[in-house]
Design a protein around this ligand. Structure first.
Ligand code: NOJ
Length: 540
């Protein structure tokens, strides 16, 4: 086995670590600034590792920290092997790996293979002339007969996905900003180069990757127009006006994913491959790959996209469970740096219920930094907007700055995030909702997260056990998690009114999001307050 992860404690059981583990996403610009420039950095993450140990998480996924002009805040990479000076140095990174592993925390990097920055050396060469050897590293097409873009494919940040390169007279394709030209994954040389990038970081000891927009990697070989979306309405992002059936999710993408997986497997079996994929369930599960040789965890965004309704969510869970390939391991996500935070979507009371859901469903949970303290999306005054999506499609609520504001650590200046001037404003509720204030309060969101994480870790029924739905009234979502030896009932009231659940037998309350008498025995009727979630041990 190549690479090192010497001090990571590996579970004694045969289960891969990530089945039992909890993942925590760090948006590095906003986690902890160590040098006063107002932008979070690697040393800041190192300084906060003990917090993550205390919280009980197993692995950290860090959004991109590579050399970048920051047109899309690091998702535009100009050198895949270099740390951006804003975040630190390669030495800092090596120290992060060492310090994290010493504490039993694994490090997952963000791998952005679909596109590079337009300042990447490859693109500079590619655009220098039509016959440059790197030309075919990117996707070039002639203009349509009318002189316009080659087809109707749309950029996810608004407008055509094609940019005319006047010097060479062809268009290049960019699924996101024009500063993010798409790499041509049909070119074997691109694959070779990009797999070596994986090896470069694996050799430094990283434990896996979250792969950016995995379903975008291969495009239709004939570049056919996407069909119009008959369900598109003005309140949806502009690119959704067409159905991206030709620009995304092509069959050949699965060869690429299995090749990436094979690179990870060169390093032993415990390196984790996660794919960012926004697709309906049936298409999503294909990313586990033939014979499970694809992504270990194609990210499941059901809870991000679902209406917050018990029956609807139950259907999503059941459909997802049923669609999983045999042996495919599920996973759940509540928030990320691209979507509104859970507390803002469902309210802080209901976010406690959501936390219980995330940490008791079958599958690996990913927690977005700050959700564990109940952070809300913060208002961003127009003059402080940073997100290129908001700048290009303003005032429509698509901007992603509100969910990227600095982590709230304490009630000192800038909530302990930075001694300088933070790149985004702090949320106005930072003095009430921060790690310091919540750590000592047994009823806080943070205490709830910590208890749920610890309980999940200690109980196989919760981390590895089977899932079974329990019939419940309209606003209650109820299910069992069970092994041969233990059974737990989870009853979640997704509404504000009290509700009653007929339990499938006698049970004993273990955790209530509302502090209900723990240890109380419930015979057959479990009375839930509005917005209450209960985890109970089945006695019969
Ligand atoms: C998905 C990332 O999560 C998002 O933040 C980014 O803007 C796009 N991919 C482009 O890389």
């Amino acid at each position: 086995m190549k690479g090192t992860s010497p001090d990571v404690e590996v579970h004694s059981s045969q289960e891969p670590w990530w089945r039992r583990g909890v993942i925590y996403q760090i948006y590095p610009r906003s986690f902890q600034d160590s040098n006063g420039d107002g932008i979070g950095d690697i040393r800041g993450i190192i300084d906060r590792l003990d917090y993550l140990v205390w919280l009980g998480i197993d692995a950290v996924w860090i959004s991109p920290i590579f050399f970048s002009p920051m047109a899309d805040f690091g998702y535009d990479i100009a050198d895949y092997r270099k740390i951006d000076p804003l975040f630190g140095t390669l030495t800092d990174f090596d120290q992060l790996i060492e310090a994290a592993h010493r504490r039993g925390i694994r490090i997952l990097l963000d791998y952005v293979p679909n596109h590079s920055s337009d300042r990447h050396q490859w693109f500079l060469e590619a655009r220098s002339s039509r016959d440059n050897p790197r030309r075919d590293f990117y996707i070039w097409r002639d203009a349509a007969p009318d002189g316009g873009p080659p087809n109707n494919w749309q950029s996810e940040f608004g407008g055509s996905a094609w940019e005319l390169d006047a010097a060479t007279g062809q268009y290049y394709y960019h699924a996101f900003l024009k500063e993010q030209p798409d790499l041509n994954w049909r070119n074997p040389e691109v694959r070779r180069e990009m797999y070596d990038v994986l090896r470069f970081w694996l050799d430094r000891g990283v434990d896996g990757f979250r792969v950016d927009v995995m379903w975008h990697l291969i495009k239709d070989a004939e570049f056919r127009d996407n069909p119009q979306n008959p369900d598109w309405t003005e309140d949806m992002p502009p690119h959704k006006s067409v159905l991206s059936i030709y620009s995304c999710d092509q069959e050949e993408v699965h060869d690429v994913v299995s090749e990436m997986r094979a690179v990870l497997d060169e390093y032993g079996g415990d390196r984790l491959l996660i794919g960012e994929i926004y697709l309906p369930i049936a298409r999503l599960v294909a990313y586990y790959g033939r014979d499970l040789r694809g992504a270990h965890l194609p990210f499941n965004f059901r809870l991000i996209e679902a209406q917050w309704d018990a029956r609807h969510i139950e259907r999503q869970i059941v459909e997802y469970e049923a669609a999983l390939p045999e042996g495919g391991w599920p996973n759940w996500v509540l928030s990320n740096h691209d979507k509104p935070r859970i507390a803002s979507r469902v309210g802080r009371d209901q976010a406690r219920v959501a936390a219980m859901m995330l940490l008791t469903l079958r599958g690996t949970p990913t927690i977005y930094y700050g959700d564990e303290i109940g952070m809300n999306d913060a208002p961003i005054p127009p003059e402080r907007v940073q997100d290129p999506f908001e700048l290009r499609v303003p005032g429509r609520g698509f901007g992603r700055d509100p969910q990227r504001t600095p982590m709230q650590w304490d009630n000192t200046v800038n909530a302990g995030f930075s001694t300088g001037s933070p790149w985004l404003p702090l949320a106005p509720d930072k003095d009430s909702f921060n790690v310091e204030a919540e750590r000592s309060d047994p009823h806080s969101m943070l205490s709830l997260y910590r208890r749920l994480i610890a309980f999940r870790r200690e109980n196989d029924a919760l981390n590895l056990g089977r899932y079974a739905s329990v019939e419940a009234d309209s606003c209650v979502l109820a299910y069992l998690r069970e092994t041969e030896n233990d059974r737990y009932l989870i009853a979640l009231n997704l509404g504000p009114e009290p509700a009653v659940l007929e339990t499938p037998g006698q049970c004993r309350i273990v955790i209530s999001t509302e502090g209900k008498a723990e240890g109380e025995i419930v015979e057959e009727k479990l009375h839930l307050q509005g917005n209450e979630g209960v985890l109970a041990e089945m006695m019969s």
